[in-house]
Design a binder for this molecule. Structure first.
Ligand code: UDX
Ligand code: ADP
Length: 460
């Protein structure tokens, strides 16, 4: 089958950048990204590229080059399904917030709706590619829906998990370590491989069965998150023994069997994937009665929750056991630098804990809006919207304003710009003693001490 038209359902952090790169590298293929969210599609079509719904270095340039040439953003889902030979499903698959598997299993309702939509509309053969992170055996469910409710057309289902990390998505897409394609039909696999081979060397395109592909994605994320929880566990020990976590990370990272990446101790990992995927893995393992397997992976999450909690506990304890009525300035709300995504960000949980202790929080993030911060707190459901609004009154456009008169600064995201702030000026305008709690080990302790700050970092 020759692919002339691709449709991608879901214009989010995965669908947007991935399709932009596919369009850029395959100028002869028309790529249409559709979404039910009209505002999001309007933002993707905005002439002002700074208004794209996703901030990702290098993305705006690619969208500028391809948009309305062979890359289109639309809400006309049915039309795009009909026109295309290949359909990517990249809708969100959040952790369930209700019913069986609440707080653990992935909510597949959006994926199922997509599959039903495709089945209803398609009158020609399609290759359907699952791109969202999904529990193992989801492809089977999609297949069953398509074949049982479709119009007697042939559907080939492929699993093609995305390994891009936010903040480096474009770079990761342009130079992937590997592209993984799982499926039963060699013809369909080769069709998709053909699209990637426009820029990815053949030896980096792996072909597996569907379930290996699905499970590889969960396994990769579980391994990466496990490294962070492992180093974070050591950071607590370092703080008590006088060892330095950065020296330990460097020392073990130089062992080529261990490797240097993902050994940065922090206030805890966030993002849309790690927690969700591990919870998924735990849920699947328990459903097969593999309790030891489930407990083993669950510990990665337990450690991460502990790391976030430990950070806010230490802040409160150091501020003489009370933050009630005190202004705490937070730098960063995104779950990592170079993204405007805040899903599962440690900042949300630390802010929530501090608000429970009646602190007044003032946040500055270079790419996250005040309304997003508010809605993240509201989503936790621990306080009324008014209470959150009262506690988080001054999330502002200027970092200096956010930290003015604060008792403490909490660094939550490792944005580069935080390093070059005028820390002398910040010190001058803070309450004394002025504390810094550096959740990303971003600043230099001796420099901060010289200015006059009491400086606390992780694992030192
Ligand atoms: C992750 C996977 O890396 C990616 O392959 C997958 O497709 C999606 O999930 P992402 O969540 O975008 O990507 O970002 P990642 O760079 O993995 O960071 C996740 C979290 O871990 C962030 O909060 C980050 O700050 C934290 N982290 C990462 C650490 O605390 N220490 C590290 O050494 C690395
Ligand atoms: P991800 O990080 O997985 O890309 P996002 O939440 O950023 O997740 O993006 C998923 C997108 O999928 C959202 O913009 C959402 O509106 C869209 N979406 C969810 N369900 C459907 C559906 N049935 N049809 C079209 N778009 C959908």
């Amino acid at each position: 089958m020759k692919i002339n038209n691709i449709c991608c359902i879901g214009a989010g952090y995965v669908g947007g950048p991935t399709m932009a790169v596919i369009a850029k590298k395959n100028p002869n293929i028309k790529v249409t990204i559709v979404d039910i969210n009209e505002l999001r599609i309007a933002a993707w079509n905005d002439n002002d590229l700074s208004k794209l719904p996703i901030y990702e270095p290098g993305l705006a340039e690619i969208v500028k080059d391809t948009r309305n040439k062979n890359l289109f953003f639309s809400t006309e889902i049915n039309k795009a399904i009909q026109e295309s030979e290949m359909i990517f499903i990249s809708v969100n698959t959040p952790t369930k917030t209700y019913g069986k598997g609440k707080g653990m299993a992935a909510d597949l309702k959006y994926v199922e709706l997509c599959a039903r939509n495709i089945a209803e509309i398609a009158t020609t053969n399609k290759i359907v590619v699952e791109k969202s992170t999904l529990p193992v055996r989801t492809a089977g469910a999609i297949k069953s829906i398509l074949h049982n409710t479709g119009n007697d057309v042939n559907f080939d289902i492929l699993s093609n998990p995305e390994f891009l990390a936010e903040g480096t998505a474009i770079e990761d897409l342009l130079n992937p370590d590997r592209v993984l394609i799982g499926g039963d039909s060699e013809k369909a696999i080769n069709c998709l491989a053909g699209i990637y081979s426009s820029w990815v060397p053949q030896n980096k395109i792996l072909k597996t069965n569907v379930w290996s592909s699905e499970l590889s994605k969960l396994t990769a994320n579980a391994f990466l998150a496990q490294r962070i929880s492992s180093i974070n566990a050591m950071s607590e020990l370092c703080e008590l023994t006088g060892a330095n976590i950065e020296e330990v990370s460097k020392a073990i990272g130089m062992d080529s069997r261990i490797g240097a990446k993902f050994l940065k101790s922090s206030v805890g990992f966030g993002g849309s994937c790690f927690q969700k995927d591990i919870l998924n893995l735990v849920y699947i393992a328990r459903s097969y009665n593999l309790n030891e397997v489930a407990d083993y992976w669950e510990q990665v999450i337990i450690m991460n929750n502990h790391q976030k909690r430990r950070f806010s506990d230490r802040l409160i304890k150091t501020l003489y056991n009370t933050v009630s009525g005190k202004k705490i300035g937070m730098l960063g709300w995104a779950f990592k630098k170079d993204t405007n995504d805040t899903r599962e960000s440690a900042a949300i949980y630390v802010a929530d804990h501090l608000l429970n202790e009646q602190a007044m929080i003032s946040v500055y993030d270079p790419k996250v809006s005040c309304s997003k911060m508010q809605s993240d707190l509201n989503y936790l459901g621990n306080r009324t919207e008014e209470e959150n609004h009262k506690g988080l009154t001054t999330c502002v456009d200027s970092p200096y304003e956010a930290l003015n008169d604060a008792h403490a600064v909490a660094i939550m995201t490792e944005w580069d710009e935080f390093k070059s702030y005028d820390w002398k000026k910040i010190y001058k305008n803070m309450k004394k003693p002025a504390f810094i709690f550096d959740g990303r080990n971003l600043l230099d302790k001796s420099e901060m001490n010289k200015i006059g700050f009491e400086y606390y970092s992780i694992g030192k």
